[in-house]
Design a protein around this ligand. Sequence first.
Ligand code: BMP
Length: 220
Amino acid sequence: MKFENGIIVALDSQRVEIVEELAGKIDALKVGYPLILPRGLRIVEELSESIPVIVDIKIADVPHVNSMICEMIFRSGASAVISHGFTGKDSIRACVEKASEFDASVFIVAEMSHPGSLDFLSHHSVEIARIAELCGAEGIVAPATRTESIRKFRDLFPELKIISPGVGAQGGSAYETILSGADAVIIGRTIYESEDIGGTLESVKEEIRRAREEKRRLKK
Ligand code: BMP
């Protein structure tokens, strides 16, 4: 997946009409249970016609079932899926192998953005990212609410793409997230609940532009 402007919008709302305003201005839409449960994968088919779609149902099953789930998702036109990684190498590989048949991508959840991630998942996040890399996943999901984790993943796994939720409503900043090494931020409520979607998008883009500029300056 290409991350040009560095913004993925999580459309966890029924306000599907906003996609018209987003198309061409963001890298991808992330669509999950809130849209797929009521509307089915047909919504992925429809949206994929105008914008790359990442299906986020955090797949977490045994390999043969992961493979079936991915087949259905990629047949609907999705460009990528998000899968859990705690299920282990064979389950991740099943997703990656299916993705390769469709020229699509897999992102593995390494660490989550909410406080509950610290109970269990965060203690294993580096091992999860390591097996994600080993199995050929394109990237990982890492928390914008803990930019120190993003820095750690960026240092340890320079080849993995990092996409980061938790910007805005959960307290993370787009500027710090990109500066720490994420390739794209994932933003939901801050965009889809905004009264001025265009204006909000522009201000996030401006933060990302400043962070990329600062990164270039630091590299010199
Ligand atoms: P919001 O910007 O409204 O907080 O939404 C964040 C989005 O990112 C939601 O779709 C959520 O499912 C997802 N997400 C997250 O918040 N934290 C994670 O660790 C992983 C996620 O996929």
